[in-house]
Write a protein that binds this ligand. Sequence first.
Ligand code: C2E
Ligand code: CA
Ligand code: CA
Ligand code: CA
Length: 275
Amino acid sequence: AKSDGRRTYRFFESGMDARAKARRSLELELRQAIADGGFELHYQPLLHLEAGGVSCCEALLRWRHPERGTISPADFIPVAEDTGLINDLGRWVLDTACCEAVNWPEHVHIAVNVSPIQFKSETLALHVAAALAASGLSPSRLELEITEAVLIRDDEAALDVLHQLRALGVRIALDDFGTGYSSLSYLQRFPFDKIKIDRTFIKDLAGTGASSTIVQAVVNIAAASDMTTTAEGVETEQQRSMLRVLGCTEMQGYLFSRPIPAVEIRKLLSSHRER
Ligand code: C2E
Ligand code: CA
Ligand code: CA
Ligand code: CA
């Protein structure tokens, strides 16, 4: 079977050549950037809809490429996942985000995205514990954002890791809710602390579609199971007021702030503090 595979590969090689080469060079550049510190975290605030203050900031990865400028995570995370580099990169994100958050007011949480690939490594909980210990951050201030992909294959091992993380005292948020193979059964399989409602539903909130009904249903289910809700991608004042009416807990989006560098988020948090 192996030699057949090789023959098949050769057969397609000419057509795949350019794409495979581009990918290979991206992989090498990623490796180099991990070694050289070519990455930066930006932070985007989440606001409590009732109280109005910043309750959390999400760390979002940026690659400062020497020639191509800043590269968006959507363009390199998939390659980092395919090559396993996401494990090293994800560990750097965890360490950096926890160290940054200790500079913030104590009530402000830090949210970190965790790739499904990181869940396949047995060391995730160890790395989270190490990041907490090294930074001195209180575990209850760390929120890990995971997607449904983690739970899709009824993966006992992934559930195990989730319970290990919960045992450390960190919070778990379900990211991009409503996209993909989303199903309410995921909410039963694991008790999340927070549901992040995907931007697609927020975009159409004021429209004629079913979005507001869906958001209302998610908010109700969350409240019944002691989970909070965050609306992603809030861009207009109208969306904000709708979300308040619907009883959503938090909002995140360009309306209040884009993701910004660490220095700027510190300024934003200190000027916001007195409110
Ligand atoms: P996400 O976790 O769903 O992050 C939210 C994305 O929406 C961010 O894109 C953010 O900049 C963008 N966004 C926030 N507010 C608005 C808005 O009002 N309007 C619009 N149009 N967009 C908004 P970004 O930073 O490009 O990140 C894209 C994705 O890359 C993230 O989606 C996440 O899945 C992934 N990602 C980013 N950083 C990391 C990381 O450190 N680790 C992992 N595993 N994935 C990451
Ligand atoms: Ca996220
Ligand atoms: Ca999201
Ligand atoms: Ca997303």
